[in-house]
Design a protein around this ligand. Structure first.
Ligand code: 2AM
Ligand code: CA
Ligand code: CA
Ligand code: CA
Length: 267
């Protein structure tokens, strides 16, 4: 991906994200069909599908050689990260969207040969756009975000996680998570992985850990976090594979080693 084409793809992607956000805001109070997916709390609405379809049609119309990985099935069957790939979550935080009508985001990450080039996370109701272009820093509504704080220690950190990982999850050593909850300054749970990544990039939380995230939950956020000097790995501390779901940790580098060595133990 050449630099000029990357700039124009970035401008185009932002335009589509804003258009999609406007579409969500103007349709969200209509009677929406809500279905469940993997379990009774895993929701999807007709707007999730409509927005992903919107992106897929726009991308295919303008960039016919790009491929798409999306949550709701309008993407391509992608088995390698070769070429240019748009990784899209049309509504991240669907439960918040349904119950709260806020605290959800559109997430678009654009990768070339497996390397993150463009990340866009749009907090639709607050009208806050987080963006990053590889090598050019991360931005919140066009204001450059500073590099993450080098003086952070766990005792002064806020860690975002789902509440259940502290007490009844078979996939992780919950005793160690309880210790983490006790030692950290506080925990938060926002219900949108994309926003949690954006908040790590903004430096308003210091880490986010989740036991099962898909490529579309993290693709844009990984680029944002990297651009401010943060790190994203599997919860075991390994390189993320963007073709599969994994337990994920994204955080300030200063607390990465203690988090992966002392507190997060995946079974
Ligand atoms: P979603 O709203 O796009 O489904 C909720 O804690 C966060 O985890 C959201 O970002 C949500 O994305 C994501 N998530 C990933 N897998 C999920 C699942 N099976 N059920 C609910 N949320 C899931
Ligand atoms: Ca979903
Ligand atoms: Ca998601
Ligand atoms: Ca989603």
């Amino acid at each position: 991906m050449g630099l000029t084409s990357r700039d124009s793809i970035f401008e185009q992607a932002k335009e589509w994200v804003y258009e999609a956000g406007e579409n969500i805001r103007s349709n969200m109070y209509n009677q929406l069909t809500i279905e469940t997916k993997s379990n009774a709390n895993d929701l999807v609405t007709e707007l999730d599908k409509k927005i992903e379809k919107f992106f897929a049609e726009k991308i295919r119309g303008l960039y016919s050689n790009h491929r798409i990985i999306g949550e709701e099935g309008y993407g391509d069957d992608v088995h390698s990260l070769e070429g240019t790939i748009w990784i899209i979550d049309p509504i991240d935080g669907t439960m918040n969207f349904v119950h709260q009508k806020r605290n959800f985001a559109i997430s678009v990450g654009i990768y070339h040969d497996g390397i993150g080039q463009i990340g866009i996370i749009y907090d639709v109701m607050d009208d806050v756009l987080y963006t990053a272009v590889k090598g050019e820093g991360a931005y919140k509504n066009n204001q450059k975000l500073p590099q993450l704080n080098k003086d952070v220690v766990l005792e002064k950190s806020i860690i975002a996680m789902n509440s259940y990982i502290g007490f009844n999850d078979q996939r992780i050593n919950t005793d160690k998570i309880k210790e983490l909850i006790a030692v950290s300054r506080g925990t938060r749970s926002y219900g949108s992985a994309a926003l949690e990544f954006a908040f790590v990039a903004e430096g308003i939380i210091d880490a986010y850990v989740s036991l099962s995230l898909a490529p579309w939950d993290i693709a844009a956020g990984m680029i944002l976090v990297e651009e401010v000097g943060g790190i994203t790995t599997t919860a075991q501390g390994d390189k993320v594979n963007l073709l599969e779901k994994s337990p994920i940790l994204t955080c300030n580098q200063e607390i990465f080693t203690t988090l992966t060595k002392d507190y997060i133990e995946i079974k």
